[in-house]
Design a protein around this ligand. Structure first.
Ligand code: SF4
Length: 344
């Protein structure tokens, strides 16, 4: 299908403008870095707990100071598991919504959650607060999912998550749930079984959609587990095939433009549960990603050199640098404008 999106070097002109304008702001928040799961391939170390009170207040002050000049504010909730700190999430989202209404700013919100705690009461409140877009990871059908996505007490999590999804489908709430299906070399059959289950239940509900993702090595201490799951590289082929199948089925249009990661956007910043500022949500312990901190008065202290390294793609329009600044940096090491020779 021909796309009539206006492009610059493969990027949508509109998407580039949205990433640069100071009328839009994306705040990525980590209300807690604790998790109720212990997925076997997880790269997080769970050393940081919930956002302390001063930080919740500082975040609200930052939003209060920014919002009068904004047309769009988007809150993206990460963790850990953000629903383990529902009180903080609701507090900041309620405050943001009241300000957004006052200043005529459009508020949106999305959560990257494991779905375990997404009961109807919580979902209803989140929808009221415009925090109604969710990404939930699934590792295939029950037998495969329950081997890798374990609760902290070591139990499988599939049944609970699936019940949450069916319960959500039985409401008339306005939300969108993307099920991010992780594909490894070892779970093809199970992924196909999950697709069948989905086809018979959620597929006709346009609030749900599937995103297939081959598991890759994201670092951390679990390299051996990841190598076992991905060494044959067959996952990538299945991901391609299923993406094609579900794109055709849902009639969704791939605008065929290059992806821009939020980490590379000047108008996006992440606030960790300890007040540190990050650009990327994966390289959490990487010093290049520690771009500053938020102060108790809601102001941000930024290391401009580090920050500019993440957003440099906007000067080169290099699709790799824009799509994943982290992997680009890992291969082309720079700090600010100075090339750094890697010493291993
Ligand atoms: S920089 Fe790369 S690893 Fe980090 S959030 Fe973006 S796409 Fe993910």
């Amino acid at each position: 299908m021909m796309s009539n999106v206006q492009k610059v070097k493969g990027f949508s002109r509109q998407h580039l403008a949205n990433s640069l304008t100071n009328k839009k702001f994306q705040l990525i928040l980590f209300p807690t870095e604790q998790c109720n799961f212990r997925c076997v391939y997880c790269y997080e170390d769970f050393e940081i707990g919930k956002m302390p009170n001063w930080l919740v207040e500082a975040t609200k002050t930052l939003i209060r100071n920014k919002i009068p000049k904004l047309e769009f504010l988007s809150l993206s909730w990460f963790g850990g598991e953000p629903l383990l700190a529902k009180d903080i999430l609701f507090d900041i989202a309620e405050y943001s919504l009241s300000l957004a209404e006052k200043y005529g700013c459009k508020l949106t919100g999305d959560l990257t959650t494991n779905g375990f705690l997404l009961d109807i009461k919580t979902l209803t409140r989140l929808v009221e607060l415009k925090q109604n877009s969710f990404q939930i990871s699934i590792d295939g059908d029950k037998e495969s999912h329950d081997k890798t996505r374990l609760t902290r007490s070591g139990r499988g999590s599939f049944d609970k998550i699936w019940t949450r999804l069916l319960d959500a489908a039985n409401t008339d709430l306005g939300f969108s749930i993307t099920l991010r299906v992780h594909v490894t070399d070892l779970n093809h059959e199970s992924v196909l079984k999950f697709c069948e289950r989905y086809d018979q239940t959620l597929q006709k509900d346009n609030r749900f959609n599937l995103l297939f993702q081959a598991i890759t090595n994201l670092g951390g201490d679990n390299q051996k587990v990841i190598t076992d799951l991905t060494s044959k590289k067959s996952a990538v082929h299945l991901v391609k095939e299923l993406t094609q199948r579900y794109t055709v089925k849902t009639g969704s249009i791939n605008p065929d433009t290059n992806y821009i990661c939020y980490a590379g956007k000047p108008n996006s910043i992440g606030i960790r549960a300890n007040g540190n500022l990050n650009k990327c949500t994966v390289a959490l312990n990487d010093d290049r990603n520690a771009v500053g901190k938020i102060n108790p008065d809601g102001t941000l202290t930024l290391n401009n050199e580090k920050f500019s390294t993440w957003v440099k793609g906007f000067t080169t329009l290099d699709s790799w640098q824009m799509g994943c600044p982290l992997s680009y940096m890992n291969s082309n090491s720079v700090v600010g404008d100075i090339a750094v020779k890697k010493v291993s």
